[in-house]
Design a protein around this ligand. Structure first.
Ligand code: IMP
Ligand code: MG
Length: 176
């Protein structure tokens, strides 16, 4: 189906928000060391901008989970495609997400991570579709709350495309 991408959140607005979130995170941890754990692939761009503004000693780890295929709806099932390679036991972990939609992926992933006994486990997400939530997940730091739109860019994809856009756009289908 043909579609276009309409501008939604500008590069400048994203960067302002990233600096605000970093400042909240710096205040929260107050210089204590953390593990920044990015959920691939969607969070790669957000994480790389965010860590530039963090001031505590930190390690960067990634894991990859998938629930989506090329679809626009969460399948509810979670597959760990790449697990955290280092032990997070006894460490302060900050999970970095691109977007929390139904909350199903995050809910399951938090359970998996809690079983690894981190000292603390917090979540930062750039975007949240609050009205779509099916699971009660606690988001420590939230960037933008958005309506139910399908967004791409700044790490996020539609069928693996458009992750490289420096801004966030909304996918609009021509028959809408
Ligand atoms: P959830 O399990 O429904 O919360 O789905 C969360 C994941 O689905 C996000 O981390 C994204 O990777 C993906 N996702 C949800 N909504 C969108 C969207 O609008 N654009 C791109 N990816 C999305
Ligand atoms: Mg994701």
């Amino acid at each position: 189906m043909p579609y276009s991408i309409e501008p939604f959140i500008s590069e400048e607005d994203i960067q302002t928000k990233v600096r605000q979130l970093a400042s909240e995170i710096n205040d929260h941890y107050d210089g204590q060391p953390i593990v920044v754990l990015g959920i691939l692939k969607g969070s790669f761009m957000f994480l790389s901008d965010l860590v530039k503004h963090l001031n505590m000693p930190l390690e960067i780890e990634f894991m990859s989970i998938s629930s989506y295929g090329d679809d626009m709806e969460s399948s509810g099932k979670l597959r760990i495609e790449l697990d955290v390679r280092k032990s997070i036991a006894g460490k302060r972990v900050l999970l970095v997400e691109d977007l929390i939609d139904t909350g199903n992926s995050l809910f399951t992933n938090l359970e998996t991570l809690r079983a690894k006994n981190p000292l603390s486990l917090d979540v930062v997400t750039l975007l949240s579709k609050n009205k779509r939530r099916e699971k009660d997940v606690n988001i420590t730091f939230n960037g933008f709350t958005i309506e139910n739109k399908f967004v791409v860019g700044y790490g996020m994809d539609y069928a693996e495309k458009h992750r490289n856009l420096p801004h966030i756009g909304v996918v609009s289908f021509s028959n809408e």
